[in-house]
Every structure is written in structure tokens, then in C-alpha cells.
Design a protein around this ligand. Structure first.
Ligand SMILES: NC(=O)c1ccc[n+]([C@@H]2O[C@H](COP(=O)([O-])OP(=O)(O)OC[C@H]3O[C@@H](n4cnc5c(N)ncnc54)[C@H](O)[C@@H]3O)[C@@H](O)[C@H]2O)c1
Ligand SMILES: [Zn+2]
Ligand SMILES: [Zn+2]
Length: 391
């Protein structure tokens, strides 16, 4: 089959690889009808997340049709079922899965020993991601093996286009969880850093959850425009001081709730000197991530507020102002998304017309164009916001 394969830093190719097969009784094989490129894929593209290996198949946002089902998954899945595949592989049975903490499933990471060593405790297996999360082949491919498939799926009805439900596997529940973690009150201002696909979903989610005011921060005009269309007031960090403007919009008090939808690769600019410092340390291998957003959020957040972090961090960050964080009494909530915790509710909201996540798609192309689209998405060429690939 054809698949997008990681060969090293900024080197992704559309290769012919071996077709996946059923390996375990709970597996299923899905013929991928649509998949997408995620901001998390860019961290792998730049080789900022450790433990990728040449030959790894990329992709963790995908959906399709079940074409084969292992003997122990047959009660829950059958050939012809239409499924979105969550990026988190879940057993559905362990203590964490029972609590709905799916992204830290205790049984789906097949490289548990390695992950235990690096993280203290292993987290769930993830598709198309580092070997720290199992090194499972991803879904930017014609076919995907889904381990623990009887639990690891979201069934979707026929008749609803792929584009409306595809993002149930990642960015929609990710934006939603980021907002839910803020415990939004009707009097709250929610500030969201980053108007990429995750930021866009967080904006819509914060509006749906009844925030008084949603403020979105980025510097790309087309993304700010989309944020505004979703109900946000926008701040362009190239043109104005984020801290001053946020204080101005909140009567000097700061936003109660802050969401980091940027993660480890914050934009580097001399106007934000700490980003230059992080960049230099990153190049020396003395720091793995650029945590500018964390510092800004902690500084501007209203005391007793919440900092919600869907943005991905890989390893070690430097100069986090613990004094501000502690004395202001801030709460930090973070995590890879517990996808299946949210998807029944979110599918209903799509079916009821409360939201149509396809608004974020700007490019739809064949899988063979994938390698080139990684660059287009990374460089924001052609006003690119979200790429869907059709294998
Ligand atoms: N927690 C999860 O489960 C999960 C799931 C999906 C994605 N993610 C992560 O979410 C993050 C965003 O993903 P995406 O797909 O939207 O990526 P993206 O790269 O398209 O978007 C990031 C946006 O941040 C903006 N940005 C950069 N520096 C900024 C600054 N200083 N202030 C404000 N905005 C700034 C960029 O201009 C860009 O628009 C990534 O780190 C990704 O890995 C996490
Ligand atoms: Zn993702
Ligand atoms: Zn589990």
C-alpha cells in the first residue's frame, strides 16, 4: 500500500510499504477514506519529539471503513462499519480507561518499558507517533491496523460526509477538552494562544460552553479572521502587546482562563526575547521546547485562574516562573486528549448542527501530495490551515 513514511528531519515520503495484517484477536483493519495532517505531526517533522525511527508510518487523524475484524473484536465491529479512529489506542478495560483517562491507558503502549523509563510511567499507545508511545504505524496510509479495535473506534453513521466527522479523532475533542478543563463560568474571559486547527476548535468550544468573552491570539491574518468568524476577539502579537491588550479587555484583571494551543514550537522573534533564548538553547541541545506561551499565560492569567495546555511539549523547558504560578494560585491542567471521553457528545452536537468542524479545512489533496503538504502546512503557504488527504 501507499503511506507517508518518516525518514528523518523534514523528510517525509510517500512510499510503498507492506499492507497491515491482523496480528492480535482484538485488531481490525480499516481502509482509510480520509486522514489529516495535525500540528503534532509538525513536531515529528522537525524531529523535536524523541524516538522516531526511519520507516515509521505517519498519521493519527483518520477514518474509514472496517475491512477485516479479528476474532475478539467481532462483537463490537463488523466489516463495512464506518469508523473514525481516535489517535489514542485504548484497551477499554484498565483502571485508567475505566476512569475515562484514555490517553493514559495502561495497556495499549507496547513499548511500556522504554516509556516508563522516560516518563516515569508509560502513557497510552498512539498512532503514527514516537516509539515512546508504542511506535504504532499511523493512518496517513491506504490501510491501518487498529489494535484493541473493539474499544479503539468511534462509529459514525452513513450519510454524513467524512469532513464533518473526521476531526472527532483528534482536534475537535482536543479543543473541547482544553475548554472543558477550564471549567468555564458565564462570567469568564477565555484567552486562547494559537489559532491553528486546535485553537479554532478551542474557540468554538469555549463559545459553546458559554464563556462571556473569548480572545484569540496569533499573527496570521487568515487564522485570526477564522477565529473572529467563530466568535473571538483577536490579538495579533506582531502588532500589539498581548499582555497589555488582554489586561485592557478584562478591566486590568487578566483572563480567568488561558489555553495554550501552540505548544513547544512558539514563534521565534526578537520582539519576544525569551523565544530567542529558547531557540539558542534548543540548538545547543540544552532545552527541548520553547515555552514562551507558558510564561506569558502564567504572567497574565488572573490570580486563582486556570491554565489549560493542549499544546504538546516534548521534554524539558527552562525558566518557568514558579514564583508567579505559586503565588497567584493558578491551576494547570494538561494532557493528550482522552478522545473517547468526549466523542458521543460531540458527534451528537455535529448531528444536531451545533457545529460543523469542517470549517477549518483549506486543502484537500491525494496522499501522494502529502510530503509537499507537510511543508505547505508548516510554512502556512497558500493560507493553509488544515490539510485533508484522500488515500
Ligand atoms: N493534547 C492533544 O491531545 C493534542 C492534539 C492535537 C494537537 N495538539 C497540539 O496542539 C498544538 C496546536 O496544534 P495545531 O494543529 O493547531 O498546530 P499549528 O501549528 O497549525 O498551530 C499553531 C499556531 O500557533 C501560532 N503561534 C505561534 N507562536 C505563537 C505565539 N507566541 N502566540 C500566539 N500564537 C502563536 C502559530 O502562528 C500557529 O497558527 C500543537 O502543539 C499540537 O501538537 C495536541
Ligand atoms: Zn494530533
Ligand atoms: Zn486501557
Amino acid at each position: 500500500m501507499r503511506a507517508l513514511v518518516w525518514h528523518g528531519k523534514e523528510d517525509i515520503r510517500c512510499d510503498t510499504v507492506t499492507d497491515p495484517e491482523i496480528e492480535q484477536p482484538r485488531d481490525a483493519i480499516v481502509k482509510v477514506t480520509s486522514c489529516a495532517i495535525c500540528g503534532s505531526d509538525l513536531h515529528l517533522f522537525h524531529n523535536f519529539i524523541p524516538a522516531m525511527l526511519p520507516g515509521d508510518v505517519m498519521g493519527h487523524e483518520m477514518m474509514g471503513e472496517v475491512v477485516e475484524v479479528g476474532s475478539e473484536a467481532r462483537g463490537k465491529l463488523k466489516k463495512g462499519d464506518r469508523v473514525v479512529v481516535p489517535f489514542t489506542i485504548i484497551c477499554g478495560e484498565c483502571d485508567q480507561c475505566k476512569r475515562g483517562n484514555f490517553s493514559v491507558c495502561q495497556r495499549s503502549n507496547r513499548k511500556k518499558d522504554l516509556a516508563d523509563k522516560v516518563f516515569g510511567h508509560a502513557t497510552a499507545g498512539l498512532f503514527g507517533y514516537t516509539h515512546l508511545t508504542g511506535g504504532y504505524p499511523g493512518g496517513q496510509a491506504e490501510y491501518l491496523r487498529v489494535p484493541f479495535a473493539d474499544a479503539t473506534h468511534i462509529k459514525v453513521p452513513d450519510g454524513i460526509p467524512d469532513e464533518k466527522v473526521l476531526f472527532l479523532g483528534d482536534i475537535f475533542p482536543t479543543g473541547w477538552q482544553a475548554a472543558v478543563q477550564c471549567d468555564i463560568q458565564p462570567t469568564d474571559t477565555v484567552a486562547i494562544w494559537g489559532c491553528g486547527p486546535v485553537g479554532q476548535m478551542a474557540i468554538r468550544s469555549a463559545v459553546l460552553l458559554g464563556a462571556k468573552q473569548v480572545i484569540a491570539i496569533d499573527h496570521l491574518p487568515e487564522r485570526l479572521e477564522m477565529a473572529e468568524a467563530g466568535g473571538a476577539i483577536t490579538i495579533n502579537f506582531d502588532e500589539e502587546s498581548v499582555v497589555e491588550r488582554l489586561n485592557e479587555l478584562t478591566g486590568g484583571e487578566g483572563p480567568e482562563k488561558c489555553i495554550d494551543a501552540v505548544g513547544m514550537e512558539a514563534h521565534v522573534s526578537p520582539s519576544m526575547p525569551d523565544t530567542v533564548y529558547d531557540r539558542a538553547k534548543q540548538m545547543l541541545g540544552a532545552e527541548s521546547d520553547r515555552p514562551h506561551i507558558l510564561r506569558e499565560m502564567i504572567y497574565v492569567c488572573r490570580p486563582a485562574g486556570v491554565i489549560s495546555i493542549p499544546g504538546v511539549y516534548g521534554g524539558l523547558v527552562d525558566k518557568i516562573p514558579m514564583g508567579q504560578l505559586m503565588n497567584k494560585g493558578l491551576t494547570i491542567r494538561a494532557g493528550q486528549t482522552h478522545v473517547n471521553r468526549w466523542t458521543d457528545d460531540l458527534l451528537h452536537r455535529i448531528e444536531e448542527g451545533q457545529i460543523d468542524p469542517s470549517f477549518v479545512i483549506t486543502h484537500t489533496v491525494g496522499l501522494d501530495k502529502g510530503p509537499e503538504m507537510y511543508k505547505v502546512f508548516r510554512d502556512k503557504q497558500d493560507s493553509c490551515i488544515k490539510v485533508v488527504l484522500k488515500p
